[in-house]
Design a protein around this ligand. Structure first.
Ligand code: T4K
Length: 405
């Protein structure tokens, strides 16, 4: 365990970890079950196109969420695109900029303008108070993002969309097995979209799932993800290929069987981080409302440079030198990435909280791939860094090694 500043790798000490610790290391379910499923898929000679594993995966997810329709897709980005098109959104759609780039791209890909809204710094999600001033005659909808699995202000968004006759969709990529006022995410808005990417709490290698209680929309989305086929030789709608394959569904099913264990591990990790980093000046770990269901998949630190006496990027540098590959999700904000930064060069002026937040957030590793000793060592390095914040700042400044990603 590192106890002195001279132990840190930036000061010449050996890195705390020989192998890199990653954020988003996949949780792997029961390997034997998975291998059996793969054999079954090969024996079935039914590899994709709404096979039995996909149907089973959709059924199980629908049961967990208590939602009428679940439609599996190849990933959440394509699922968002299909939902957006299926609902007939056009013109402008209001979204937070503080999200993964896929939320914005799923609109721009089909030439709908993402209009970036600022976040509430307390929740990190879209600030409903700032939405109405962004609504124009071209606005057709709002996409709320349940960042880190914490639901956005759903009731307020429902009120605004009802009042202005807009569509409401949720990017629920982070929020599988999470709840809002006791109701499972998946049941809100016109539709909600989950991601089962490898880095997500439940993964199907790559995968997405649309959840909706709207039967008509569900039927349309099923057509659209399969080229518009309503039966052999019968195309009745524009479509694309958004299908999930059988291997991915088998991985998803194996993951689901293991879900409670993953949540327990994530919760244990979260509590350990919370205890170990308690009362550290300038470093706060976001809270999850433990009265709701959460998957605790993201360990999110906010670094206040003034109090911690080193910046988020300096702490990132310290951690990376120790082989702890912390991440700056979602730096620098969609509005500062291409193509949006050239389309709306001044949008940052309307996004002060987003701009602040993207400079403060640091995501640490969790999940089943790390253990309590790893967390202890990570926290010790964070504590040591804050204790010696000023010295570390000047060491790094003199090394001039802070690379922007
Ligand atoms: N909406 C939101 C709010 C999202 O966060 C996402 C995805 C989406 C929509 C779209 O969902 P999908 O279309 O992907 O289903 C990663 C994921 O690729 C992305 O799915 C996820 N959000 C985002 C938050 O994280 P990157 O750019 O960080 O990926 P990458 O390759 O750097 O991997 C992340 C970390 O995970 C690395 O440190 C290494 C580790 N890793 C990754 C993979 C793939 C592993 O250890 N093993 C692996 O197999 O985006």
């Amino acid at each position: 365990m590192k106890t002195n500043i001279s132990d840190l790798a930036i000061c010449g000490g050996p890195p705390a970890f020989n192998e890199t610790l990653h954020v988003g290391r996949p949780n792997i379910g029961d390997r034997e079950q998975l291998i059996q499923s793969f054999k079954q898929i090969l024996d079935n000679r039914w590899l994709t196109n709404n096979g039995p594993f996909v149907q089973e995966f959709e059924k199980k997810v629908a049961q967990i969420l208590g939602v009428r329709h679940c439609i599996a897709m190849c990933n959440a980005t394509i699922a968002l695109e299909i939902v957006i098109r299926g609902l007939g959104l056009t013109g402008e759609v209001i979204v937070p900029s503080f999200t993964f780039i896929a939320t914005a791209h799923s609109l721009q890909w089909q030439e709908i303008t993402p209009v970036f809204c600022d976040i509430d710094p307390d929740t990190h999600t879209i600030d409903p108070k700032k939405i109405e001033s962004l609504i124009t005659p071209r606005t057709t909808g709002i996409i709320g993002v349940h960042l880190w699995g914490r639901p956005c202000a759903i009731n307020e968004l429902v009120e605004i969309t009802n009042h202005h006759n807009l569509m409401l969709i949720f990017d629920a990529a982070h929020a599988f097995d999470c709840s809002y006022n006791g109701h499972m995410i998946g049941n809100f808005g016109e539709a909600e979209v989950f991601s089962f990417h490898a880095t997500k709490f439940i993964n199907s290698f790559e995968g997405g799932m649309v959840a909706t209680n709207n039967g008509k929309l569900a039927a349309k989305l099923r057509l659209m993800k399969n080229f518009g086929f309503a039966g052999y030789d019968n195309v009745i709608h524009i479509g694309t290929n958004g299908k999930m394959n059988e291997m991915c569904a088998a991985m998803g099913l194996a993951s689901l069987d293991y879900m409670d264990d993953i949540v327990d591990t994530n919760l244990r990790n979260y509590r350990q981080y919370k205890d170990d980093l308690a009362d550290l000046p300038g470093v706060s770990l976001i809270n999850y409302d433990e009265n709701e269901k959460n998957n605790f998949q993201y360990i999110v630190l906010e670094i206040d440079e003034r109090l911690a006496r080193l910046s988020r990027d300096q702490l990132l540098k310290v951690l990376r030198t120790e082989n702890i590959f912390a991440r700056r999700y979602f730096y620098p904000g969609c509005h500062r990435m291409k193509p949006y930064r050239s389309y709306f060069p001044h949008s940052g002026l309307l996004l002060p909280e987003t701009e602040k937040m993207t400079d403060r957030i640091l995501i640490l590793p969790t999940g089943t791939a790390i253990n309590t000793d790893d967390i202890k060592a990570i926290c010790q390095i964070v504590k040591l860094s804050v204790k010696h914040g000023e010295s570390i700042k000047s060491i790094l400044e003199s090394q001039n090694t802070i690379n922007k990603e």
